[in-house]
Write a protein that binds this ligand. Structure first.
Ligand code: CU
Length: 540
């Protein structure tokens, strides 16, 4: 996509002396050696009122697809290197799918079988993980499904879950932060009859808008900062929305649907509008809520999504912002969390005459509630440092064994006064309680990623309905990509009742050195590993 922009220089607010002193006192008291860090808690940054909305919001193209004689919908994604213009005075080296930055939006229907040719033309291995998708572990695109340079991986599965805003991104162990920050991400939209009958705005790019939010930092040569920064990972000072700096959207309908995706590696956002207007939150990670939730802000940690409906008046301009936010008892001794930062994100410019895009429904199809009484297993996960249950990720170790057909309760606690979150592959879960209380309505639907306020127990309930494979694990992990890369991740397999866990294929796939690795099953079953195939043979 073409990106022409005006550079934006964030303004740093001066923190109050008292606040700085308080943070320093805590830090010196707790970890004197860390306090020596010179990048220690800079004052919060703000771009509120500073962004020149000069560039039309780029809309990622819809991915082309073909349906074969058996009804399988085929997509093709090519991971490639490129150059993008972010208004930095020089071109920026980036990566994307089927383009220089980000990737096309895949769209599929519930019940449809899909297949994706994932071709890697990069000079290093990658993977493509289908974040939020319910599918066999071998198709999941986690670190066991490395795609070496020059190879093609073709996962296929049947879409069997409600309409939702999902996304895809690389998941190579140890390299995810870098590759996502380079631009490797895209949206995957699922539709179903229930969503369609709700009469929501559904014209992609017109009144149904992907809003992929990332934070970038550039050096003097316009290079993206990919790693480094504080404990949470890189906190960029320039927001990109669908790869556009300083974006505006021409709105032509009285109600617009924004599919908000936090595709940042470390930064959480608290989205709100410049005039504090209310809007309707209609969907969380895994699909529509029971009913629209009226709100004036919505908080998303890395990996989370929300769909919102915003009502516009003819001729008005409003700005989607991210406000200072409460990340819950986060203390600054490990460096900034970004909680105090605020940004202008996207300007919405309403036309003088707005077409009616429908009404905001009073309710949707009720979500089936998973019942605690049905749970047959409970597990607990404590996140601390970059470990879960005091262990770092080992690709050769299966941490948890889940019996197919079971409903489980996972209690997840962030044991540290720093931001973490928790993402589970394969399933969408429901939040039973947060610190003993029922979750707010916008967190009461299907979720696959949840922010973890420090020292607060999150009880999650989930059901594992199908797709057994004793050897091929799914992941659970912190979705702050720095932490995930550092090993804040574990593996579970779904097995038949009584079945023993097997052996994961890939401790040899550690840390992105999977180029040329070929697990024994790689060629035997489609989707298990990279298929040896010359990409050139697919050009015609
Ligand atoms: Cu974390």
């Amino acid at each position: 996509m073409t990106i022409e922009t005006t550079p934006v220089t964030p303004r740093r607010r001066k923190a109050t002396v008292a606040a700085t002193s308080a943070v320093l006192a805590v830090a010196v008291g707790l970890v004197g050696s860390l306090a020596a860090c010179s990048a220690f808690n800079p004052p919060p940054m703000s771009t509120i009122g500073e962004v020149d909305f000069a560039s039309p919001l780029a809309i990622p193209p819809l991915a082309e697809s073909t349906v074969d004689g058996s009804g399988v919908r085929h997509f093709s994604l090519t991971a490639q290197a490129g150059q993008s213009d972010f208004g930095q005075g020089h071109a920026t080296a980036t990566r994307g799918f089927n383009g220089a930055y980000l990737g096309p939006t895949l769209v599929a229907e519930r019940g449809e079988e899909v297949a994706v040719d994932v071709r890697n033309t990069l000079d290093e291995p990658t993977t493509v993980h289908w974040h939020g998708m319910h599918l066999p572990a071998a198709m999941d695109g986690g670190p066991h499904q490395m795609v070496a340079p020059g190879e093609i991986w073709t996962p296929r599965w049947t879409v069997d879950q409600p309409a939702a805003t999902l996304w895809y991104h690389p998941h190579p162990h140890g390299e995810t932060e870098k590759q996502v920050r380079q631009g490797m991400a895209g949206m995957f939209i699922l539709h179903d009859d229930a969503e369609r009958s709700a009469g929501l705005p559904a014209e992609y790019g017109v009144d149904d808008i992907p809003v992929i939010v990332q934070d970038a930092s550039f050096d003097a040569d316009a290079r993206l900062q990919l790693t480094g920064g504080p404990f949470v990972g890189v906190l960029g000072d320039t927001l990109l929305v669908n790869g556009t700096v300083g974006p505006y959207l021409d709105v032509t309908t009285d109600v617009v649907r924004l599919r908000l995706l936090n595709a940042s590696s470390a930064r959480s956002y608290d989205f709100a509008f410049s005039d504090s207007r209310d809007f309707a939150i209609i969907a969380s990670d895994g699909g529509l809520l029971d009913a629209p939730v009226r709100a004036s802000d919505v908080q998303l940690s890395p990996g989370e999504r929300a769909e919102i409906l915003v009502r516009m008046s003819p001729g008005e301009d409003i700005v989607l912002r991210s406000l200072e936010q409460d990340l819950g008892g986060v203390v600054g001794f490990v460096g900034p969390s970004g909680a105090g930062d605020s940004f202008d994100v996207l300007q919405l410019r309403a036309a003088d005459v707005l077409r009616q895009a429908g009404t905001i429904p009073a309710a949707f199809v009720p979500i089936e509630r998973l019942s605690e009484a049905d749970a047959t297993a409970e597990r607990s996960f404590t996140l601390d440092g970059t470990q879960i249950n005091q262990r770092e990720m080992d690709l050769g170790r299966i941490d948890e064994v889940v019996e197919v057909g079971s409903t489980e309760i996972w209690t997840v606690t962030n044991n540290m006064a720093a931001p973490h979150n928790f993402h589970v592959h394969d399933v969408q879960f429901q939040i039973l309680t947060i610190g003993g209380s029922v979750p707010p309505a916008e967190l009461a639907g299907w979720k696959d990623t949840v922010y973890l306020r420090p020292n607060t127990a999150y009880r999650l309930i989930m059901r594992f309905e199908d797709y057994t494979d004793p050897d091929m694990p799914y992941m659970y992990h912190c979705h702050l990509l720095r932490h995930e890369d550092a090993g804040m991740m574990g593996q579970f397999v779904v097995v038949e009742p009584g079945q023993s866990p097997g052996t994961p294929p890939g401790s040899s796939h550690h840390s992105g050195d999977g180029a040329g690795d070929e697990d024994a099953r790689g060629g035997a079953r489609e989707g298990y590993g990279p298929r040896d195939e010359n990409p050139q043979s697919h050009e015609h």
